[in-house]
Design a protein around this ligand. Structure first.
Ligand code: CP
Length: 307
């Protein structure tokens, strides 16, 4: 593994190996072992052209727990605002002898572009590109599901909300199918589903009550208003009436159904606070596991295997 740009096309073996490595880092984090020297002497650049709370900070923490040096480039105060191209930004950071770029960009394909242009020996990790992919989010989601539910082949998983604009949903669907999940459902109004979505290997529902019936895991997604140009949007109130996850609706799923959300969550739009903060929610555990999963990916692309 040199770069991590997408989960699409990864083998089940490699995906499982990443989760297994993450397990050892999660155990380390749970034992409050704060640091290992696996990436001592390496420099990681966090290059975020889009806002982030969870991904940027957990990548930073993961790098620091591996003893790497971390540069956080705040694009709003970088020369990118003066018109410097992505390639020139890359070349200048490379001149500082860095080892890894973690990049989030509003353009689909930005991480692939960087991976094509970096010098040999430098790795690129995609922290979310446009609508395309968010591979470490999908990996931490798979880690969370495996931790709480075990074998994917017996599970029914529903992804609910704005599938059309969601790089998270795309990466989750690929990861769930690679792991041979029993059934993957998407639940959304027609206007928030990509054309030919069923070709991705999912069952499509337009009614939340039907889509939730007997699922073991429900993953809620927010409306990505910043990526909506022409879509006809329902009001937030209307959306909540039809697609908001409430306690009453959650009862249609299996009794131990996990409630997940990659964040940021919009309470009262796609999820009720009683559910987001309820006993079945693992939303904050997802964030915690994100550190271990990112430690695993960073160490693997640098050729160091586990804790
Ligand atoms: N899930 C996720 O990507 O969150 P952030 O935008 O806060 O990084």
């Amino acid at each position: 593994l040199r770069h991590l740009l997408t989960v699409e096309g990864l083998s089940r073996e490699l995906l499982t190996e990443i989760l297994d490595n993450a397990e050892s880092f999660a155990n380390m984090n749970e034992k409050a072992v704060k640091k290992v020297p696996l990436l001592r002497g390496k420099t990681v650049v966090n290059l975020f052209f889009e806002a982030s709370t969870r991904t940027r900070t957990t990548f930073e923490l993961a790098a620091k727990r591996l003893s790497a040096d971390v540069l956080n480039i705040n694009v709003s105060t970088s020369a990118a605002v003066k018109g410097e191209s992505l390639l020139d930004t890359l070349r200048n950071l490379e001149a500082m002898n860095v080892d890894m770029f973690v990049v989030r960009h509003q353009q689909s394909g930005a991480a692939h572009f960087m991976a094509r242009h970096v010098e040999p020996g430098i790795s690129v990790l995609n922290a979310g590109d446009g609508r395309h992919a968010h591979p470490t989010q999908a990996l931490l989601d798979m880690f969370t599901i495996r931790r709480f539910k075990g074998d994917f082949t017996r599970l029914k998983v529903a992804i609910v909300g704005d599938i059309l604009h969601s790089r998270v949903a795309r990466s989750q669907i690929h990861a769930l199918n690679i792991l041979q999940t029993g059934e993957v459902r998407v639940v959304a109004p027609r206007s928030l589903l990509p054309a030919h979505v069923a070709d991705l290997g999912v069952h499509v529902f337009h009614n939340l009550e039907q889509g939730l019936r007997d699922v073991d895991v429900v993953i809620m997604l927010r409306l990505q208003r910043e990526r909506m140009e022409h879509a006809h949007l329902p009001s937030e109130h209307e959306y909540f009436q039809l697609f908001g996850l409430t306690r009453r609706r959650l009862h249609l799923a299996t009794p131990g159904c996990l409630v997940m959300h990659p964040g940021p969550a919009n309470r009262g739009v796609e999820i009720d606070s009683a559910v987001a903060d309820g006993a079945q929610s693992v939303i904050l555990q997802q964030v915690t596991f994100g550190i271990a999963v990112r430690m695993a990916v960073m160490s693997m692309v640098m050729g160091v295997r586990s804790a």
